[in-house]
Design a protein around this ligand. Structure first.
Ligand code: HEC
Length: 122
């Protein structure tokens, strides 16, 4: 009788172990924010201040006199918007106005603008 009790206890323990959730693989870590070179950020800030703040806010996290906040703009968005006045496919614009002008001569400054607009301000 003892043996039977012991066996059933062991069986229950074993069943519990089997039912226990398997350890999950570690969750993927969120991608670390890109660290841009400080000279690229500085150049982007210069370009932004000379070319964009007539309409966008000097603090890109805030809306400007005409343009919306642009902090966090991706490279594809900047290329599409600044160079050709388009939006990337499927992108929902923050504003439906058509007041911006294309600035295609900034072709070589897009990486700097990206760096500036994606680096948290001090
Ligand atoms: C003449 C004013 C003006 C200038 C100069 C200007 N913008 Fe804009 N921008 C706007 C306006 C207004 C919008 C909203 C859409 C529209 O009306 O074209 C906009 C929209 C944008 C958007 C899209 C925002 C979104 O997510 O929907 C980005 C990105 C942007 N501007 C970046 C820039 C950058 C970078 C510069 C400088 C290189 C710049 N703009 C210069 C007026 C301007």
């Amino acid at each position: 009788m003892r043996h039977i009790a012991l066996i059933s206890v062991l069986t229950l323990v074993a069943a519990g172990a089997l039912a226990a959730p398997k350890p999950q693989p570690a969750a993927p870590q969120p991608a670390a924010p890109i660290q841009y070179a400080s000279d690229l950020i500085a150049r982007g800030q210069k370009v932004y201040r000379s070319q964009c703040i007539a309409c966008h806010n000097v603090d890109p996290r805030k809306p400007g006199s005409q343009g919306p906040d642009v902090f966090g703009s991706s490279r594809v968005l900047l290329e599409a918007r600044v160079l050709t006045l388009n939006y990337p496919p499927g992108y929902t614009p923050k504003r439906m106005t058509k007041n911006m002008r294309a600035l295609p001569y900034l072709k070589n400054d897009i990486p700097a603008l990206e760096a500036f607009l994606n680096t948290p301000l001090p």
